[in-house]
Design a protein around this ligand. Structure first.
Ligand SMILES: NC(=O)c1ccc[n+]([C@@H]2O[C@H](COP(=O)([O-])OP(=O)(O)OC[C@H]3O[C@@H](n4cnc5c(N)ncnc54)[C@H](O)[C@@H]3O)[C@@H](O)[C@H]2O)c1
Length: 712
C-alpha cells in the first residue's frame, strides 16, 4: 500500500512530515491517513534527535483539503458515529501534546480536518498566494469540526470570531487569518518550506514556550474584556443562537451544536469543551441532514463524471459552432453559456428587435463580470465576437448543433425543425429546450430523429447549474454523449432522463405548484402557503414562484401536464388568475402586489377568485403535507415509469432544478426519512379526503411492501 506521508529528518534536527497521497490530487484525512499519522507520531515521540517538526504538503496548492467524504458516508449506525467522534480527537491531541515545537506550513487549501491539524501545531504560517484558503466548512455537510476544531479555533481567535467562522463555514484568505490570529505569519512562496523552517528555528533558538496555555485547567477563552466577562459572554452566546436559528430555521442542527460546544469550553475550560464537542459531533454525524448533505456532495461529484452511455467507445461529436433558435430569455442565456466557453454561436430570431434584446442581455452579463473585476473588457469583447446574429438560416450550414428555444408550442417547434433541417448538415444535432413537450413527439418532424434530443436548461441559465437531458424514443447514444459533453463544457451538471411530457423536473414542479394552488382554493392563505414551504426548506414559496414564472406560462405548462396526466394535473385554477389579468411580477399583478417591480404584500382581491372558506384557516402542517406528498408521489411515478433511472438524477434533478431543500438530500432521502410505508398511508388518507389525484404511485406502494430504503 502506498504511503500517504513521509517523515524526513534534516541535518538541523528538524523533522519534516511531508503529506503526499500518491493516488490523489489532494491530501485528505482518511482512516489510512490517520493510521499512518499515528504511527509516525509514535516514531517522533521516541526519537530524541528531533528538535522540532514541520508539517508540510507536497501537493501544489493544497495542504489538506479536509476529511475524506466517503469516510463519513461509511458511518451507518449511531455506534459508528459515536466511536468515530471519540477517536477523532486522538491524532490532534497527540500532535499538540508532542514535547517539541511544531509548525504547519500551509501552502494552499487548508480546510476542515486540515485546519484542525494545523491548529494542533504550535505555529501556523501560510504561503502568500491566492490558492490559500483557510477555514472550517464542516457545517456545509451538516456536521461540525470534530477534531478539536471548535475549541482550538476559539482559543486562537476568540469566542465571537470562532462562532462566526465555524457557524458560517467561512473560509479565509491568509491576510484575514493573520489579522484574526489564526495564523502567525505569511511567508513568500519562493522557498516557502525553508522560510517556514527558519521561522521555527528562530522560535526554538529564542526559547519560546511551545506549550499551549489552554492545557492549564484554569485557562478560559477570550480575546477581549467582553469575552472574559461572564454576563457579556452569556449575551454573546444568546445573540449567536438567535442569529443562527434565523438563518438555519432549525433545519441543520450543527451550527447550534457548535455554539453549545464553544460555550462549554468557554465556561468550563478546554478539556470540558473537547468532551462537549465529542458528544455533539457524534449526534450530528448521524443526523438526517448530515446524511443528506454528505450524499449531495458525493452525488454532485458523480454528476461531473456522467458520460451519457455505458459504451465509452462512443466519443462525443466535436461541437465548434452552435445555432440557437430564439433570442428570448432562454435562447440568450444558452448562447451566453456557449460563447463563454469559446463556442461559436449564431443566434436566430424573427425580428431585429428580439435579436437586439437578446444580444443586450448577453452583453449585460459580461458587463457585470467586468464591473466586478472577474473579466477584462478586452476579454468580454473577444468573447462577444464569437456571437453572430441572423434572421435566416443561411449561416446554419456549418453548425454542429442547433438548440431551439422558441415559444412553447408543438406546432411552432416542429415547424422550425422542418425549416432548419433544410440547411443543417447530416451530422448536426438538434436539441430542444422545451420545458414540457415530449421529445419523441417533437422529433416526428425531424428527418433524423436519432440526432434529436431535449436539453432543458433552467432560468437564469448563467446561474442555474442543472441541465436536464431528455432522450427521445429514437435518440442515438452519440447524440446523448454529445449533449452530455456540451453540459460539461459549459459547466452544467447533467441528468439524463427518458422521455414523456414534462420529463422529470417539470412534472415535479408542476405537482408542487398545482397542489399549492389547490390549497389556496381550499382555504389557505397566500402568505401561509409560501412561508410553510419555505419553512420546509424551499428557497421561494410556490405562490411567489408562480408570480415569478408568470401565471400565463404556468397555466400553459399545466395545460400540457393536464392533457398528459389528467388524473393528477389540472389548469383551471391558473386559468382563473390569467383571465383576471394576473400574470405575476411581469405585469405587476399576481398573488402579490408589485410596485416599481418590488413585491409589496398580498393582493387581498385575489381571494375573491377562489372557492374559499369564510376565513383562511388551513395550517402550515396540512399545507406542507399536501404539497410534499403530491410532489413525492410524482417522483414515485417518474421512477416507476423509468423516466428517472437512478438515485443521483432523482435527487439532484430536484435539488438543482426546483430548489428542493438540499439538507433533505433530495426527494428520495426525504421519502426514506418518512418511510415509504408512511408515505403510502398518508397518500391514502389524502386520497380519502381530497380525491383520486392522491392515489399512491405503484412504485412507492411496492417500495413500502419491500420495506425499501432508497439511499442507505
Ligand atoms: N422561461 C423559462 O424559465 C424556461 C425554462 C426552461 C425552458 N423554457 C423553454 O424555453 C423556450 C423559450 O422560452 P423563453 O422563456 O426564452 O421564451 P421567450 O418568449 O423569452 O423567447 C422566445 C423567443 O423565440 C423567438 N421566436 C419565435 N419563433 C421563432 C422562430 N421561428 N425562429 C426563431 N425565433 C423565434 C421569439 O421572438 C422570442 O424572442 C420555451 O420552450 C420554454 O418552455 C423556458
Amino acid at each position: 500500500m502506498a504511503k500517504l506521508m513521509q517523515l524526513k529528518l534534516d541535518g538541523d534536527g528538524i523533522a519534516h512530515l511531508i503529506l503526499d497521497n500518491p493516488d490523489e490530487r489532494v491530501n485528505v484525512l482518511s482512516a489510512l491517513f490517520i493510521e499512518e499519522f499515528l504511527d509516525i507520531l509514535s516514531q517522533i515521540e521516541k526519537d530524541g534527535r528531533i528538535k522540532g517538526l514541520i508539517l508540510e504538503s507536497a501537493k501544489p496548492g493544497v495542504f489538506v483539503a479536509g476529511a475524506d467524504i466517503k469516510w463519513l458516508k461509511s458511518l451507518k449506525t449511531a455506534e459508528d458515529c459515536r466511536s468515530f467522534a471519540i477517536n477523532a480527537h486522538v491524532p490532534f491531541n497527540r500532535l499538540e501534546d508532542l514535547k517539541m515545537p511544531t509548525i504547519a506550513a500551509i501552502n494552499g487549501v487548508c480546510l476542515g480536518g486540515g485546519l484542525e491539524l494545523a491548529m494542533a501545531c504550535r505555529w501556523r504560517v501560510a504561503l502568500e498566494h491566492k490558492s490559500v484558503q483557510i477555514g472550517l466548512p464542516e457545517i456545509k455537510l451538516g456536521v461540525l469540526p470534530g477534531g478539536g476544531g471548535t475549541q482550538r479555533l476559539t482559543a486562537l481567535v476568540g469566542i465571537q470570531n470562532a462562532l462566526q467562522l465555524a457557524c458560517a463555514g467561512k473560509t479565509l484568505r491568509p491576510e484575514e487569518a493573520l489579522r484574526l490570529g489564526l495564523i502567525d505569519a505569511i511567508l513568500p512562496s519562493q522557498g516557502f518550506v525553508d522560510e517556514a523552517k527558519k521561522y521555527l528555528v528562530e522560535k526554538i533558538e529564542s526559547g519560546t514556550d511551545y506549550r499551549r496555555p489552554w492545557h492549564d485547567p484554569d485557562y478560559r477563552y477570550g480575546v477581549n474584556q467582553e469575552e472574559k466577562n461572564p454576563e457579556a459572554r452569556k449575551k454573546i452566546f444568546e445573540t449567536s443562537r438567535q442569529l443562527t436559528l434565523k438563518q438555519t430555521k432549525g433545519h441543520v442542527r450543527s451550527p447550534m451544536k457548535i455554539i453549545d460546544a464553544v460555550e462549554t469550553g468557554a465556561e468550563k475550560g478546554f478539556r470540558a469543551g473537547l468532551l462537549a464537542e465529542q458528544a455533539v459531533f457524534a449526534e450530528v454525524l448521524c443526523s438526517p441532514e448530515a446524511r443528506g448533505l454528505v450524499d449531495l456532495f458525493l452525488m454532485q461529484n458523480a454528476m461531473t463524471k456522467v458520460y451519457g452511455s455505458k459504451d465509452r467507445s462512443i466519443k462525443p461529436a466535436d461541437v465548434k459552432k452552435v445555432g440557437v433558435l430564439g433570442a428570448g430569455l432562454m435562447g440568450s442565456g444558452i448562447a451566453h453559456s456557449l460563447i463563454a466557453v469559446g463556442k461559436k454561436v449564431v443566434l436566430k430570431d424573427i425580428s431585429e428587435e428580439a435579436l437586439n434584446r437578446g444580444v443586450q442581455s448577453i452583453r449585460g452579463i459580461f458587463n457585470q463580470d467586468v464591473q466586478k473585476g472577474r473579466m477584462s473588457e478586452t476579454k468580454a469583447n473577444e468573447i462577444m465576437s464569437l456571437l453572430e446574429t441572423t434572421l435566416d438560416y443561411e449561416v446554419f450550414r456549418d453548425v454542429d448543433m442547433v438548440i431551439e428555444a422558441v415559444f412553447e408550442d408543438m406546432a411552432l417547434k416542429q415547424k422550425t425543425v422542418r425549416e432548419v433541417e433544410k440547411y443543417i448538415q447530416k451530422h448536426c444535432i438538434f436539441a430542444s429546450n422545451t420545458s414540457s413537450l415530449a421529445i419523441t413527439e417533437l422529433a416526428k418532424a425531424s428527418e433524423r430523429p436519432e440526432n434529436f434530443i431535449g436539453t432543458h436548461y433552467f432560468s437564469p441559465v448563467n446561474r442555474m447549474p442543472l441541465l436536464e437531458i431528455i432522450k427521445g424514443g429514437k435518440t442515438s447514444e452519440l447524440t446523448v454523449v454529445t449533449a452530455v459533453s456540451i453540459a460539461h463544457a459549459t459547466r452544467k451538471l447533467p441528468i439524463v432522463v427518458n422521455d414523456c411530457y414534462g420529463f422529470y423536473t417539470t412534472r415535479a414542479v408542476g405537482a408542487y405548484l398545482i397542489e399549492a394552488m389547490r390549497c389556496l382554493n381550499d382555504g389557505a392563505d397566500v402568505g401561509v402557503i409560501d412561508s410553510a414551504m419555505m419553512d420546509y426548506g424551499f428557497p421561494v414559496g410556490p405562490i411567489t414562484l408562480l408570480d415569478e414564472v408568470g401565471h400565463d406560462v404556468g397555466a400553459h405548462v399545466l395545460t400540457i401536464m393536464k392533457q398528459a396526466y389528467p388524473e393528477r394535473f389540472s389548469d383551471e385554477l391558473t386559468k382563473v388568475t390569467v383571465a383576471d389579468g394576473r400574470l405575476g411580477r411581469k405585469n405587476g399583478r399576481g398573488f402579490y402586489v408589485y410596485e416599481g417591480g418590488k413585491k409589496k404584500g398580498i393582493d387581498e382581491t385575489v381571494y375573491s377568485l377562489f372557492k374559499s372558506r369564510e376565513d383562511r384557516k388551513m395550517v402550515k402542517e396540512e399545507i406542507v403535507e399536501r404539497i410534499v406528498m403530491n410532489l413525492l408521489n410524482e417522483v414515485g411515478f417518474c421512477m416507476g415509469e423509468n423516466i428517472v433511472t437512478n438515485l443521483v438524477d432523482a435527487e439532484m434533478g430536484l435539488v438543482f432544478g426546483i430548489g428542493f431543500p438540499p439538507f433533505r438530500g433530495g426527494p428520495l432521502h426525504a421519502m426514506d426519512e418518512i418511510g415509504a410505508g408512511r408515505v403510502v398511508e398518508t397518500l391514502s388518507q389524502l386520497e380519502a379526503k381530497w380525491g383520486s389525484r392522491f392515489k399512491a404511485a405503484p412504485y412507492i406502494i411496492q417500495a413500502a411492501k419491500d420495506h425499501k430504503v432508497f439511499c442507505r
